[in-house]
Design a protein around this ligand. Structure first.
Ligand SMILES: Cc1ncc(COP(=O)(O)O)c(C=O)c1O
Length: 468
């Protein structure tokens, strides 16, 4: 495909393909049914020497790729956290590919840098975040948490670890027992060592016990460690437990530690004033991440990272080789200095077009509808004595299990497997308080009440089949 005429012809066909995909999405099994190696076997071991007709490639997409897709955009995808997209997001990503810019510095595409600034400011107001924070787009929450820990490390060591490496490592990082594995990963990469990630006990709702944190920091200082940073979870992965961020921030301020907030999923819901109110003040927080690629209709990947001390961030990551020097340096945002990567995609375009096309009120309404659906589902669980609600619902995630069996752990494992293998819906699991539990999330862009009701019926009918 070499000319724009051909591109236009196939471009229309590909858009039609995507539109048809969404129109028919409910006909596909939510979780792919392919066996390991089945997709690979459809492709030759050696790349073709000659150009292959686009018709043939499109056929291969339908016959080899599509069966190997797990349909994250299916309205009965209730597993993990959603990675929901939307038409404006898809179109903007297409346009971003078309422009093909590499937005490492302001000069290599001023529009990419400045639109990122605009959208970060919009989000700050939408989520009611402190005015003195500055935002930047990262690829994922995992990267943002790594960036936060590296910045904390450099600020504390007066930027000497970047220069000379560790003399000896006495730093300690803290998070709750239920915090996400991306923190373990960041601690490993940043050189602190996993034994210096200290897990703080949680209460019955799986929220960090702030007093335990305070005591542990004191104990560690007495033992000669250097308490460096706390990662508070604003919505854990298993149950969306919300650590008491404001209370923790008083401790980190008193103890002089960096406080990073991992709000990967639940951060999206902070656009709802009723939820934002519950979180309290964030003034004592040093950095904060949330993922619009989870629950703000913006396709993967797009993570938003806010930081209070922008200068510390930039000092940690800045590089200035001769070939990157520009006359605008210091007057504009050169985002290559705000994180790990040098080259950057034009990601702000899709988030901007989503907010621009939906409008903030519509996004709020969709989130509230999702929460309402979860409330309906939770009611079904509570009112049925054969089921147990493992923890009180937070937002649109219900954690439950069937208890009308002598061995609930094995029964619920089997139940999950049968449901997922049916292709009718997709759920995932966790273990809480030593109980194997099922998570039900209502967060797909296309989910309607009828889908939740169908999913509930499917759970009940599968239980009946397993009992027989
Ligand atoms: C609470 C929490 N933090 C971090 C992450 C990691 O997100 P990412 O895939 O953007 O790195 C997840 C992923 O689900 C999560 O649930």
């Amino acid at each position: 495909m070499e000319d724009s005429k051909e591109f236009r012809k196939w471009g229309y066909k590909f858009i039609d393909y995507i539109a048809d995909y969404f129109d028919a999405i409910e006909e596909y099994p939510v979780k792919s049914k392919v066996k390991p190696g089945e997709v690979k076997a459809c492709f030759p071991e050696v790349a073709p020497d000659d150009p292959q007709p686009m018709e043939d490639s499109l056929k291969l997409i339908s016959e080899a790729i599509l069966p190997g897709i797990t349909h994250w955009q299916h309205p009965r995808f209730h597993a993990y956290f959603p990675a929901n997209n939307s038409y404006p997001s898809i179109l903007a990503d297409l346009l971003s590919s078309g422009f093909g810019v590499q937005a490492m510095i302001w000069e290599t595409s001023p529009a990419a840098a400045e639109l990122e600034e605009v959208v970060m400011e919009w989000l700050k107001k939408m989520l009611d975040l402190p005015k003195n924070w500055e935002g930047v787009i990262q690829d994922t929450a995992s990267t943002a948490t790594l960036v936060a820990l590296l910045t904390a490390r450099e600020k504390h060591s007066d930027y000497q670890i970047n220069k000379k490496g560790f003399d000896s490592n006495k730093y300690r990082i803290y998070c709750s027992d239920d915090a996400h594995s991306s923190i373990d990963k960041a601690v490993k990469i940043a050189g602190f060592g996993l034994t210096n990630l200290i897990r703080i006990p949680i209460n019955k709702n799986h929220e960090m016990i702030a007093e335990e944190l305070d005591l542990q920091i004191d104990r560690d200082r007495e033992d000669g460690f250097i308490p460096l940073a706390v990662v508070a979870a604003l919505g854990t992965t298993s149950s969306v437990a919300i650590d008491p961020v404001e209370e923790i921030s008083k401790i980190t301020t008193k103890q002089n530690l960096w406080l990073h907030v991992d709000a990967a999923y639940a951060g999206n819901a902070m656009i709802l004033p009723e939820f934002r109110k519950e979180i309290g003040s964030l003034e004592g927080v040093d950095s904060f991440v949330f993922n619009p690629h989870k629950w703000m209709f913006t396709n993967f990947d797009l993570s938003v990272y806010f930081v209070k001390d922008k200068e510390a961030l930039i000092r940690t990551f800045s590089i200035l080789p001769e070939y990157l020097k520009t006359s605008s340096y210091g007057k504009v945002n050169d985002y290559r200095d705000w994180g790990v990567q040098l080259g950057r995609r034009f990601r702000s375009l899709k988030l901007w077009l989503v907010i621009q096309s939906f409008g903030v009120d519509k996004i709020k309404e969709m989130l509230r509808v999702h929460i309402e659906m979860a409330r309906w589902f939770e009611e079904k669980i509570i009112s049925n004595p054969d089921y147990e609600l493992i923890l009180p619902r937070v937002l649109n995630v219900v954690v439950f299990r069937y208890i009308g069996s002598s061995d609930p752990d094995s029964f619920n494992k089997k139940l999950l497997e049968e449901i997922n293998d049916s292709g009718e819906m997709y759920l995932s699991h966790t273990v809480l308080d030593e109980k194997y539990a099922i998570r039900m999330v209502s967060g797909s862009t296309r989910v309607k009440q009828e889908h939740i009701e169908q999913s509930w019926k499917k759970i009940e009918s599968t239980v009946r089949e397993l009992k027989n």
